[in-house]
Design a protein around this ligand. Sequence first.
Ligand SMILES: *Cc1c(COP(=O)(O)O)cnc(C)c1O
Length: 390
Amino acid sequence: MSSFIMNTYNRYPVSFVNGKGSWLKSENGDDYLDFAAGIAVNILGHNHPKLNKAMIENVDKIWHLSNLYKIPEQEKLAEKLCSLSFAEKVFFCNSGAEAVEGAIKVARKYFYSKGEILRNEIITFSGSFHGRTLATLAAAGNPNYSEGFGPMPEGFISVPFADHDAFKRAINKNTAAVLLETIQGEGGIRVLPDNCLKEIRKICTDNGILLIIDEVQSGMYRTGSLFAYDWASIEPDIVTIAKAIGGGFPLGAILTNEKASQGMVNGTHGSTFGGNPLACTIGKKVLDTIEDEDIVSNVKTISQIIFEGLEVLLKKHGNKISGVRGKGLMIGIECLEKNSVITEEAFKEGLLLVNAGDNVIRMLPPLNISQLDAEAGIQKLDQALSNIKI
Ligand SMILES: *Cc1c(COP(=O)(O)O)cnc(C)c1O
């Protein structure tokens, strides 16, 4: 069927008419269990009554203002994010790529404002994903995504994932920052070990380099803590968030400490939509609801159920899947069969999953998913794996 939409996505042959909690209903009336959650976005599931209420109440007030005026909703959300983390300054935007792109600007401007105008190189790790803008593609250095879009912005050096020696060798007098994901999402749920992150923090501190952590996918309590790097007990200089912060409403942010934000003075960065009243009201409600409903302990409980369930499936279907990795509810299943064959079979069983790099399948269910629904997800995957004949 022809479409007026640009052909950039290979879509499943389905459209959904409504959702409730961890479930979606298709226009044919079929129910799907949503372990994709809009790619780690709908952390409180679909149609959460508190988020709906916040949205409806605020629709009658002001949808949008430019950043020419004070926006109290923005102040409140920024204050909340800072009270929960290392951050002292926040810039709101609308997406993950925009947050990472902005973070790159913040890091470069920091050194520029100190007179170190050539110090603009940023080191990244192979397998990473930071978005689809030119600078974020250049940063990730993955030719599968950047081919044909050149010339690419300069100033990025990619080193092998978690390779400290290569990282140290890449550092030179023009190194401004390192940019990394605590857990690579698109790259296939590749977890940077805590001791590795600690060591990188130390190397950054010793060399006066800024540490930028992209928590667009792993942040917002997906691993059971606000940020995945929390588990390593370190503090970065700059953090990017997006995906889940709006619970489904487009919203992103750059968080920085006071020092790193030094160069970002009046007029240096901006966004028309970034941090509009509606988006920030929803973002604040998402954070408040996570606290009120003790989502953190649910992540812990459900994570255990899913990991244990997957261990059983590993034994039963050892010819199709070979391992499980990840943290909290950011879970990767290593496949022997082609990952897309399994996700398509799971789709037929009414389970939505996401493919990732490294032939991995991602499970990213809503963080408030019930035990029953988590078990149903494992059952559907079990059935899907049984259906595949090899
Ligand atoms: C999804 C993602 C992005 C890009 O976010 P968009 O909102 O799609 O621009 C950046 N970094 C990471 C780690 C992501 O998972």
